[in-house]
Design a protein around this ligand. Structure first.
Ligand SMILES: Cc1cc2nc3c(=O)[nH]c(=O)nc-3n(C[C@H](O)[C@H](O)[C@H](O)COP(=O)(O)O)c2cc1C
Length: 277
């Protein structure tokens, strides 16, 4: 493919992207799944080419039903024939180091971040691979909220940590594209320039109105909840009990830090480790 047609193809693919939350009751071609995963692994950058990730595929309906519970009952998990859990994984690398009497150096927070970034980069390549074939995907942020239970259910060993999941299947909806802020909200030239109040109002103007309308259109139950909580803006909604409640995120943060410790990612001691394990 010449470069300009590759750019056209990618541009069309990105413009078509929508998160899909309703799926047809239709199986996936397993050879397509293998092809997407193999190409995504081969075609994604990875720190030191250590590929510090692992994927767990869940197809079995009963097991997906349990994952549905763990993921706050997001219905797409029951509908989509495939759920992929992407894990930051330094286990394989650490075992390989040990096999060769090499020093361990990935049992720390830095190692976790690098592995988590590798896993997220891979997840997006996988997402694009499926979308390019007409399949639909949706990320599941609830992977973090239920990380400990998911790790146990998937029998992840120490040094393996679930960071995100993708529901994959044939789309049964074609939602409208979700808005983004203007490019200038995200992009800075040479130096970061914090937006003042007036600039923020302008950048968020469309989202504030459209977002409010979107939630108001969700029916009387949602409207009643807004009223009960005294919400009158999209911003207030975002940190309310209905969306990203501070109490939930704070508790989840504590759980995640404890889980990192328990899974062997927090050996941040400053002492030099011995050469041989
Ligand atoms: C890391 C991550 C976690 C997400 N978690 C969820 C989720 O748990 N449930 C959901 O319905 N959508 C989830 N999404 C999808 C976002 O809501 C969606 O990408 C965003 O609203 C923009 O819409 P679009 O993807 O259709 O452009 C997640 C997206 C990302 C990147």
């Amino acid at each position: 493919m010449n470069p300009s047609s590759a750019a056209d193809t990618l541009s069309a693919l990105l413009q078509r992207h929508r998160s899909i939350r309703r799926f047809e009751n239709r199986p996936l071609d397993e050879s397509v799944v293998d092809e997407v995963l193999a190409q995504a692994i081969a075609g994604s950058s990875s720190s030191g080419n250590l590929n510090t990730y692992s994927l767990v595929l869940s197809r079995d309906a009963e097991r997906r039903a349990r994952l549905h519970q763990l993921h706050f009952e997001q219905d797409m998990i029951l509908q989509a024939p495939l759920l992929i859990t992407f894990c930051a994984d330094t286990r394989r690398t650490r075992d390989w180091l040990k096999l060769h009497q090499a020093r361990d150096n990935f049992d720390n927070f830095h190692g976790f971040l690098v592995a988590a970034f590798d896993a997220m980069i891979l997840a997006q390549s996988v997402a694009l691979g499926f979308e390019a074939r007409g399949l639909g995907i949706c990320y599941l942020g609830t992977t973090l909220n239920a990380a400990a239970a998911i790790a146990e259910f998937l029998e992840l060993p120490d040094s393996v940590f679930p960071v995100t999941s993708l529901a994959v299947g044939w789309p049964a909806e074609s939602p409208a594209p979700r808005d983004r802020l203007p490019l200038s909200a995200y992009v800075h030239q040479e130096r970061y320039q914090r937006h003042d109040d007036a600039a923020l109002q302008a950048l968020f103007a469309e989202r504030d109105v459209k977002g409010l309308r979107r939630y108001q259109a969700m029916g009387p139950e949602m409207a009643a909840q807004w009223q009960a909580l005294g919400l009158n803006s999209l911003a207030q909604f975002y940190t309310s009990e209905l969306k990203y409640s501070p109490a939930v995120l704070q508790a989840s943060s504590r759980d995640l830090l404890a889980l990192l410790q328990a899974r062997g990612f927090m050996n941040n001691a400053t002492t030099e480790q011995p050469n041989r394990p």
